[in-house]
Design a protein around this ligand. Structure first.
Ligand code: COA
Length: 212
């Protein structure tokens, strides 16, 4: 199942969050060699791992097998702080109903893109499900260019914000994705997902931190 973790329920997920930062260390520092990340005790953090972040994690029992992060665009966020040049044509989308979705990963032994990418598909569908339930109207995405055909194959109508930019040897893009029930239905159909996957354990009200 896919769990949503916010400032409100993070005490219930202390171990899962720690695992997630450890896996991120293995992936983003060990495997992908990204710059500008903080390494502490084998855990990886960036400037947006704070109480404004919402994590969408795939858990199998107590084990984290994949993850992602939503962050309010009304606050300083990755696109405007780290790579604003990617949005030079259309500008940086900001607003209480727009969230930045980044850091999507699956642990190595559960990557299966060529066979359907089930873990990633579950995260994408549950994330969309959650955002729609929270009244989010659009997602701001920063991604490596190889994602583009894959995202489009989900039926996502991506609106590029600028030209691709070369960062540390990889081509990156920023785009906005207006979301609605059709996008969720198309993504579910792409991954053959028929049921709801979201767990909102310990959340009393809205899950996302809204900033005007
Ligand atoms: N560069 C270029 N293409 C890539 C890639 C990369 N770093 N990672 C994945 N792909 C493409 C390839 O075409 C790959 O197919 P191939 O193995 O036949 O070449 C295809 O995506 C499927 O990859 P796979 O990892 O098997 O798919 P998945 O859907 O299960 O998982 C990710 C996709 C990105 C979540 C997973 O690869 C991952 O966790 N990577 C590390 C974290 C990461 O880089 N996240 C993206 C930035 S936040």
């Amino acid at each position: 199942m896919i769990h949503v973790i916010t400032a409100e329920n993070r005490d219930l997920y202390k171990d899962a969050l720690r695992q997630h930062h450890r896996i991120r260390h293995e992936i983003y520092i060990g495997e992908r060699h990204w710059n500008g990340l903080q390494s502490r005790d084998g855990l990886e953090f960036d400037n947006f791992d704070n109480t404004n972040a919402t994590y969408v994690l795939a858990l199998e029992g107590d084990r984290v097998i994949g993850g992602s992060r939503l962050y309010p665009t009304a606050l300083p966020h990755m696109l405007d702080q780290v790579c604003p040049a990617l949005a030079e044509v259309k500008g940086i989308p900001r607003g209480p109903d727009i969230f930045e979705w980044t850091r999507i990963f699956a642990i190595k032994e559960r990557r299966e893109g060529r066979f359907g990418g089930k873990v990633v598909g579950n995260i994408l569908c549950a994330g969309l499900e959650f955002c729609l339930a929270e009244g989010v109207t659009a997602l701001s995405l920063v991604f490596e260019a190889w994602w583009l055909p894959r995202l489009q194959s989900h039926g996502w109508i991506i609106k590029p914000l600028g030209l691709p930019g070369l960062i540390d040897g990889e081509w990156w893009l920023a785009a906005m994705l207006p979301i609605n029930e059709n996008i969720l239905a198309a993504t579910r159909a792409h991954y053959g997902i028929t049921e709801r996957l979201l767990v909102r354990q310990g959340l009393s009200g809205p899950g996302l931190r809204r900033v005007a």
